[in-house]
Design a protein around this ligand. Structure first.
Ligand code: AMP
Ligand code: GLY
Length: 416
């Protein structure tokens, strides 16, 4: 099978790594990719947001499957362009990707499907904003309606800050605060059949102890030793299957990866958000634990035959990933700094720990930072404690001036 992956972050590096290890995959391409993906796939300098160019590339490569990684191309309709060219594509249509692209649309789908989520108001005017803030009280949860890479959400006890953020948005969702730990559960779907993956937990805040601003995600681990073993079945029944059924009923079936961001509250499971693609950095740990070869499952989701797939199987190993970010992230990051120590990780830590590139680029012989989240180190072990210590040993070998990472990823779950 010839596979083309669209995107160039750590999630796409993780996808390409798994696909490169899959005996069904005979050729692996990526556009635009990054300096790490170049080691496992052939890169093509094609704009991921340009559906016509992506479809042309896929046709020229005689790709059997295109996998669209990030949300921006999905929301721009790149999967539609690929399917229009007659090539199976893993990734939802522009219309179905609105589940991520518009928080108001997601709330509407959840209401219709009876999916439990935070009560919310969609507001446009200062009066509506004040009324909604008053109705819920602190802590305030204020979400920009559009795509904001996980950074359009403000959770605060300060009503002035909540109001200021709400007023800066064109359309804003203000909602009830959900207490309790967060879980990310992904499912692969062809629009009808839903195959759940294994749950993971992400660390959204920039600093240790869940302090600092929200980010795209600073680390993740799986499995979740503290979670109810029935969690996946429960979320399948109350969230994933009803959402997929509702989108099909509306004539906009969702094919691809449905990401449920959940809060395990004192009153039960609630959806915090949906995403229309693999999450980053959770994908790094979920794929590290996946035993089933990936390519055929993605193809069967893309061509509507997922019902022929047996349930996915998982390794007993635990996995931990730690994100290394640039100086100043999540504000405008400093880029162009050389990254050293990658060879040492390859020599001393692989295969138990390895580097997945996110914002990196080649500059002559050097690899330099080229984005906010620069790379993530993923490690496996017999339990979370072992995976964690391997991940941090490898992080310690990487030198990037001004870089930052959290030191407490999976600490509590590992019982440390
Ligand atoms: P989102 O972009 O919707 O995932 O929100 C980013 C982060 O904000 C989430 O991962 C949560 O940590 C937090 N958050 C979002 N919605 C709520 C809520 N209703 N209650 C509490 N925290 C929330
Ligand atoms: N890990 C959060 C996200 O992918 O949106």
């Amino acid at each position: 099978m010839k596979v083309l992956v669209i995107g160039g972050g750590a999630r796409e590096h993780a996808l390409c790594r798994s696909l490169s290890l899959d005996p069904d995959v005979t050729a692996l391409h990526c556009a635009p990719g990054n300096a790490g993906i170049a080691e496992v796939a052939e890169l093509h300098p094609v704009d991921a947001l340009d559906g016509v160019a992506v479809a042309r590339l896929a046709t020229g490569l005689e790709a059997d499957l295109v996998v669209v990684g990030p949300e921006a191309p999905l929301v721009a309709g790149v999967a539609d362009a690929v399917r229009a060219a007659g090539i199976p594509c893993f990734g939802p249509s522009q219309e179905a990707a609105l589940l991520e692209g518009s928080k108001a649309f997601a709330k509407d789908v959840m209401a219709a499907a009876g999916v439990p989520t935070a009560r919310s108001y969609v507001c446009r005017t200062p009066e509506e904003i004040d009324e909604a803030l008053d109705a819920f009280g602190a802590p305030y949860v204020v979400k920009d309606d559009g795509l904001a890479a996980g950074k359009g959400v403000v959770v605060t006890d300060d009503v002035e800050q909540a109001r200021a953020h709400a007023r800066s948005c064109d359309r804003v969702v203000i909602e009830e605060f959900l207490d309790g730990p967060e879980v990310s559960l992904f499912a692969i779907t062809d629009g009808t059949t839903v195959l759940p993956l294994t749950p993971a937990q992400d660390f959204k805040r920039a600093l240790d102890g869940d302090q600092g601003p929200n980010t795209g995600g600073m680390g993740a681990y799986s499995p979740l030793p503290w979670a109810d073993p029935k969690l996946v079945d429960e979320v399948m029944e109350s969230v994933l299957q009803p959402t997929v059924d509702e989108l099909r009923r509306r004539g906009t079936p969702f094919q691809g990866l449905l990401y449920a961001g959940l809060a395990i509250t004192s009153r039960g499971v609630r959806v915090i958000e949906f995403n229309a693609r693999f999450g980053d950095p959770e994908t790094q740990v979920v794929l590290a634990r996946l035993r089933t070869p990936l390519a055929r499952v993605l193809l069967h989701a893309a061509d509507g035959t997922l019902d022929s797939e047996p349930p996915l199987t998982w390794r007993d190993d635990a996995a931990v990933t730690v994100v290394v970010a640039s100086h100043n992230y999540p504000d405008t990051p400093r880029t162009g700094d050389p990254i050293e120590g990658l060879d040492e990780v390859a020599a001393q830590d692989e295969p138990h720990a390895y580097v997945l590139h996110a914002g990196t680029a080649r500059d002559g012989d050097a690899i330099v930072s080229a984005g906010g989240r620069v790379l993530s180190v993923t490690a496996t072990g017999k339990d979370l404690a072992e995976a964690r210590s391997r991940a941090y040993a490898a992080v310690g070998r990487i030198r990037l001036d001004g870089s930052q990472h959290r030191t407490d990823i999976a600490r509590k779950a590992a019982g440390e």
